[in-house]
Design a protein around this ligand. Structure first.
Ligand code: 26Q
Length: 769
């Protein structure tokens, strides 16, 4: 792309004129839209070229793409971030004011953010990868605290306009349900490679009614009918399901999933035919990656579409075998999707028939329908359907893939060992280093050149500077500056002051019991009690910073948020501990907040019960930004330790094997009986220390730890002592020369965790591009 300052500015002026204003009078939204569109206008040639540049392409089918804010990363990738900033400054416009633009939060957490990183990395390495998903009218809800309780509000992200999408009316397709049909309209977003002229596509489908306006009904004043027809169509892409790692089978979600895969597959088949290629050759030109079970209906839907084109079932099934691949992102049983036959038959009767045929095919292949089934007792198991059909099934970290083979899919693994592969997750170093930590990036480039930006393994080169006084000083200064900036932001948004000399101990991720935010909260309260009693004389001032959303219907997770907010209120209001301790739960944690936090943290909390976190990707973002991990041997933490050295991180807690052994005869009451101080912390949930406004929330947290048929399911109390000791050790080592060395060792060894590496592995081993 050619970029020219004067042409750009006159384009912005022209676009503002079209919307009836001018640079000096335009408000933030008008400027944002005009500037973004002026950039978009320059992309078309590169974008069109990329679409035709490879004969075989991969479609990444995902219900979530958590892309975040586009404007800064797009300008960075186009190589014009500073140029545009300077050009706008000449007209009195401050580019960084667009920090108030909403994130596109079309995803929940890790799975959706991973999809966004993969697209970005693929474009950067000219890998022909296109995203297919849904254009939710409302993304992940916005979170606010009222009296410490989480409240959800609609995420009306489109009020800022959507200048980074193009509606392609002419490429709409029709999607049929048993009871009605809708149009799927594609909105294409450019996925811009890092300064290489490659632009791939993220295609998001929006549902709309077939009949835009029913004049007859209007004449007859049947207004309710008109409204209902429109609503049942648009409703399909109205809202992202806010669940993370939990399955809530809802009819509307079934419709969403089918709508997404049917539209995407029709689109792909149409292009195949338009190019004069036979459908029998589909796999020669296309490979489709299913991002967890959410798009797995694509398998029976492709069979249905091919049968409609005259192919027989066996032929269509073989094409599915050749086309589809499957990634699993979670071992939590409750997240493995299944659909009741009754529900599928109601809206997708043909799909149900095909699911039965696939089950019959499995039995014909000799599969034991008691152990390896697709449909059983009128329920279709989406993960099993995927594993049976797909040629490749992958987990997202070594330990996770191991668990898939040994537990989750063990019977399948025995049948098809060659299908199972690992691809450890990664993150894009452009958004998660260059963009969010530009000063540190500049220091690195000054020493080892800029190749690491595209080949993160090269960041290893800074190991030669770990003992370099100047480099260490720069690292410390830049981190301090990042902390200062984050503290100012937190003060503005949350009204809580954190002095920059505090240790920033950060846990940011979706709220889930298995991630054990409760363990962290207990340690904060424990430390507070100690300080009040004159203990821990050498304790260095520390801020415990939390961020994350709880699924709206996940009561236990919301209770933990309330608990942490109650602790924060108590601690932050106590003048005796003011100079030692702060606790803050930031509101509405999202991608843009994360960008500010990962470069400012001193401690990265990755403390899930071993065996539960498939990979984690936040852990990688902190590592790359030079932060030590306080964590368990879970997910990608294991590989982080392999790369950076376990001695450079702070690892504690039961391992996967120990978890299994402990669980055989675990009584959390015995732990409390032996630890008076921990007991006091836990009892604070019920002894009146905190008030939950009569909701009984805190008592449910207490009960989940000490009673029921699986008390303390995630071994919070079991791991507490080791965790606390490791945390106190970390805090005591903080600030010393050895500690800085540990931070830098992590940064220097983060190369493996680039999503460039992940995507290249998929392209070579799985997609065979
Ligand atoms: C399922 C059914 C109904 C409604 C919602 C869902 C649902 C939605 C989202 C189930 C699961 C998810 C998300 C899972 C997820 O984000 N998993 C994370 O994936 C990351 C990328 O691989 C890993 O790093 C994390 O460890 C894993 O938790």
């Amino acid at each position: 792309m050619e970029w020219n300052k004067n042409e750009f500015l006159s384009e912005v002026e022209y676009l503002l004129g079209v919307s009836g204003t001018e640079i000096s009078r335009a408000n933030g939204k008008e400027l944002y839209n005009a500037i973004s569109k002026a950039i978009m206008a320059d992309l078309h040639a590169d974008w069109a070229r990329a679409k035709e540049s490879h004969s075989k392409r991969c479609g990444y089918f995902s219900a979530e793409f958590l892309v975040g804010r586009a404007i800064f990363s797009n300008l960075l990738n186009l190589g014009i971030l500073q140029e545009v900033r300077a050009a706008l400054a000449t007209r009195g416009v401050e580019l960084y004011n667009f920090e108030e633009v909403e994130d596109a939060a079309l995803g929940n957490g890790g799975l959706g953010r991973l999809a966004a990183c993969f697209l970005a990395s693929a474009a950067t390495h000219d890998i022909p990868l296109d995203g297919y998903g849904l254009r939710y009218r409302y993304g992940l809800f916005k979170q606010q605290f009222e009296d410490g309780f989480q409240k959800e509000q609609a995420d009306d992200w489109l009020t800022w306009g959507d200048p980074w999408s193009i509606r392609r009316e002419s490429e709409r397709v029709r999607v049929d349900f048993a009871d009605y049909s809708v149009y799927a309209i594609p909105y294409d977003m450019p996925v811009i490679g890092y300064q290489n002229g490659v632009i791939n596509t993220l295609r998001l489908w929006q549902s709309e009614p077939i009949e835009k306006f029913d004049f007859k009904a209007f004449d007859e004043m049947r207004g309710k009918e008109i409204a209902e027809n429109t609503f049942r169509a648009t409703q399909i892409t109205d809202v992202l399901y806010p669940n993370d790692n939990t399955d809530e089978g809802k009819l509307l979600r079934l419709r969403q999933q089918y709508f997404m895969v049917s539209a995407s597959l029709q689109d792909i088949l149409k292009k195949q035919k338009d190019k004069g290629r036979s459908l029998a050759n589909l796999a020669k030109y296309h490979v489709l990656q299913l991002n967890d079970t959410h798009p797995v209906l694509a398998i029976p839907e492709l069979i249905r579409l091919l049968e409609n084109e005259g192919m027989d079932f066996d032929g269509a099934f073989e094409i599915c075998r050749a086309v589809f691949r499957f990634t699993n992102h979670t071992i939590l049983g409750e997240a493995l999707e299944k659909w009741q036959g009754e529900m599928v038959r109601r809206v997708l009767p043909e799909i149900w028939e095909i699911a039965l045929k696939i089950q019959a095919r499995a039995e014909k292949d000799g599969l034991d329908s008691a152990r390896t089934f697709i449909v059983k007792e009128d329920v279709v198991y989406m993960a099993n359907l995927a594993v049976f059909t797909c040629s490749h099934v992958n987990g997202v970290a070594e330990i996770h893939t191991g668990i898939l083979k040994e537990n989750t899919f063990r019977d399948w693994y025995a049948l098809y060992p060659e299908k199972f592969v690992n691809v450890t997750n990664g993150i894009t170093p452009r958004r998660w280093f260059l963009l969010n930590n530009p000063q540190m990036a500049t220091e690195i480039t000054a020493r080892i050149g800029e190749e690491w930006e595209r080949d993160l393994a090269k960041i290893k080169g800074i190991e030669n500077y770990i003992e370099d006084k100047d480099f260490r000083k720069k690292f410390t200064q830049i981190k301090l500056g990042n902390k200062r900036r984050l503290a100012a932001y937190i003060e503005r948004r949350e009204g809580i002051t954190i002095p920059e000399h505090f240790i920033f101990d950060v846990q940011i991720k979706r709220l889930h019991e298995y991630k054990r935010q409760l363990l962290n909260a207990f340690s904060a309260l424990y430390i507070y009690n100690e300080l009040k009693n004159g203990g821990l004389p050498d304790f260095k001032p520390t801020a415990f910073i939390f961020g994350g959303k709880a699924a709206a219907g996940y009561f236990a997770a919301k209770a933990i948020i309330k608990f942490i907010n109650e602790i924060a209120k108590k601690v932050n209001g106590d003048s005796e501990t003011l100079d030692k301790l702060k606790v803050v739960f930031v509101q509405n944690y999202n991608v843009s907040y994360a960008e500010k936090m990962v470069c400012a943290a001193d401690i990265s909390e990755q403390i899930s019960m071993a065996g539960m976190e498939a990979s984690g990707t936040g852990n990688m973002k902190f590592m790359l930004n030079g932060t030590v991990t306080l964590g368990t041997l879970d997910g990608a933490n294991v590989e982080i330790c392999e790369e950076a050295g376990r001695e450079n991180n702070y690892i504690f807690g039961a391992t996967v094997e120990e978890v299994a052994a402990v669980k055989k005869a675990y009584d959390p009451n015995k732990i409390l009986a032996k630890n008076e101080k921990l007991k006091k912390v836990v009892e604070s949930l019920i002894d009146g220390t905190f008030d939950d406004n009569g909701t009984g929330m805190l008592k449910t947290v207490y009960d989940s730890l000490l009673s029921g048929d699986d008390p303390d399911r995630y071994l919070v109390l079991y791991d507490f002592e080791e965790y606390l000791n490791m945390k106190l050790r970390l805090i005591s080592e903080y600030g010393g020369e050895e500690f800085t060395t540990k931070c830098l060792k992590n940064m220097a060894n983060a190369g493996k965790f680039s999503s460039d590496r992940s995507v290249k592995e998929y392209a070579k081993n799985i997609w065979k591009l």
